[in-house]
Design a protein. Sequence first.
Length: 223
Amino acid sequence: SEGLEELTRVVSRTESTVREADESAQTAESNAKSSESVVLATSQAMKAIQSEAEEISQIVKVIDEIAFQTNLLALNAGVEAARAGDTGRGFAVVASEVRSLAQRSSESATNIRGLIERSGQQVDMGSARINETVESLSGVLSAVVEITTKTGKIAEGARDQTIGISELNTRVAQLDTTTQQNAAMFEETSAACTSLEAAASVLQDLTRMFRVSSLSVTRSSAA
């Protein structure tokens, strides 16, 4: 009985440990799902940035083309102003400023294009790493889900074992009580048998005495 009670305590502790492991696995599953959601959201943001960068690149391309055309027009205007001599000198100054502005715009567009290209490369690298992270998280999540399922089954089995051992412990206790009752009844029966043996012995003695007495009376009558 003591061994069975110890087994009950061990199984109960095991059930508690498994239940805690099951709860930890469920928490890990929830965290993995949350992390996966965050990474997916980041991936979507990266794609949006990449799309916007492409749009900006197209706008910069248009600006560069406009600057190129403006530069050509300013160059032609400068040539025409030079041909006009003193009359076109003021226009030549304006054409020179316009040409300078067009060149600066072209340089800025080139710098912006380079910045966008570098940003695009970084976004591509980030997207690739995020995709790898998503794949890894998917694998982790699958493993965690499998662990959660298994620990849940183990916890259920441990609960069943606890219930079964508790019932067995109850039945053993009942059997022990019945055994003790039977032992008491056996002692009572043994005592009763002893009393019967004593009574039988007395009865035998009385019977023997009765026979001797009867024999003596018979002999006296015959004489």
